[in-house]
Design a protein around this ligand. Sequence first.
Ligand SMILES: Cc1cc2nc3c(=O)[nH]c(=O)nc-3n(C[C@H](O)[C@H](O)[C@H](O)COP(=O)(O)OP(=O)(O)OC[C@H]3O[C@@H](n4cnc5c(N)ncnc54)[C@H](O)[C@@H]3O)c2cc1C
Length: 443
Amino acid sequence: MELQEEIEATGRELAAAFPAAARHPMRALDEKAMELTSQDAELRAAVFRFVDVVPACRGVDDLARHLSAFLDEVPDRPPPIQAALRMADSRAGRVALGTAAAAGVKHMAHRFIVGETPREVAGLLRNLWRRGIGTSVDLLGEATVTAAEADRYAERCARALDELSSVQGSWPARPILERDSSGPLPRANLSVKVSALTPLLRPDAPERGQRDAAARLRVLLRRAHELDAHLHIDMESLDSRDAVLDLVLELLSEAEFSQGPSAGLVLQAYLRDSPGQLDRVLEWARATPRGSPLTVRLVKGAYWDHEVIEARQHGWPAPVFEDKAACDRNFEALARTLLDARPVVRVAIASHNLRSVAHALVWHRRSGHDDADVEFQVLRGLGDDLQDALASRGLRVRTYCPVGDLVAGMAYLVRRLLENTANESFLAQQGQGAPLEELLAAP
Ligand SMILES: Cc1cc2nc3c(=O)[nH]c(=O)nc-3n(C[C@H](O)[C@H](O)[C@H](O)COP(=O)(O)OP(=O)(O)OC[C@H]3O[C@@H](n4cnc5c(N)ncnc54)[C@H](O)[C@@H]3O)c2cc1C
């Protein structure tokens, strides 16, 4: 069968395994609000500014005042927004509007953020595990500004590793989640952000930030090794990319970490220079044999708007693809290179795009590797249906579960909302009912 035919058949098979009433992943977002914001860029900007200030508001009246001030700046206001603005004219109206807005933001946040502490979410992680779904816990918090904050984040991460290892020890066996051809896979899996481990991460002086973060990251790597847990280092915006990559590869080259822990990093396919970055990672992996191969999580990238706006402000060419199909094609090319590079690396395909996932799955199967030798990853609240479909096919899937309070989670929440209200987003197109044939077409 031709590659495209096989991808289409695989995509259709996965889509057929989505829960019956769940073909539209946008359904649980406040649909009307999301639909309105997708259609109007000014309104979208106002909503994001509002979501950003919610944690700082002192009460419902304050919330309503901020919301109406932001909405007031939108030139062509649709009728529901006009109605909201009229409510803000009276004290009683503001209380109603503020209460509704607070509930709306909380509702959205809870879709993506599973709870406030690792202990609080232990039951949810266990239920997912029982259903054959692994998890990676992400402690919300990024871009710290003081050393004390960075220390606190590192301590929270160390505590989370302890807690995850202790609760996960008693879970039932799930072979697909626990072993691949390279050996055992840890149950406890934590994702961390380097910008939260140091206040000194600056593009103009990367060494200072690297040194400062290294001290805290080394402690976490040691702890993960002792507890037999996996530590994954997330990738953030481009201004810290090289510093993070250098830091992770340098630390994992140290003799003390040659046998463990299981660790991973992230490759962002929206970056034009990502093929060169992948070559570098693979060269490192071939030259640095480890007890447990480095896991490379392939993503498209969560900071697209930020990268484009920053480049425009400085008059630089955008470092990211500006054509969605070009980004998707690059994701597929990187997926093929990564899958072909096994076993020097472990591969995690992190996407909610059925086409990107089906392409990787078909390439993986064509290579003749065992199904345990590839992992699929999704974000909680966005990839729930895909997660179930993949698990029902006996594939290894891991769900990224952010944990923390609303204040720490705001940047994360805004990124998820930006992604999901963008017209070119796969999930938005799926939510709008685009036919499978179109969704599975080659980019
Ligand atoms: C488990 C997991 C962990 C993750 N960790 C990270 C991480 O550490 N760092 C990180 O940056 N992201 C991370 N992500 C987020 C990920 O980058 C986004 O969820 C992802 O970009 C959405 O892609 P998609 O394939 O699901 O959807 P799609 O809808 O197919 O792709 C959307 C993506 O395409 C890109 N895009 C949008 N518009 C354009 C355009 N006009 N031109 C070119 N490209 C465009 C953007 O990257 C956008 O996010 C993670 C995701 C998962 C599932």
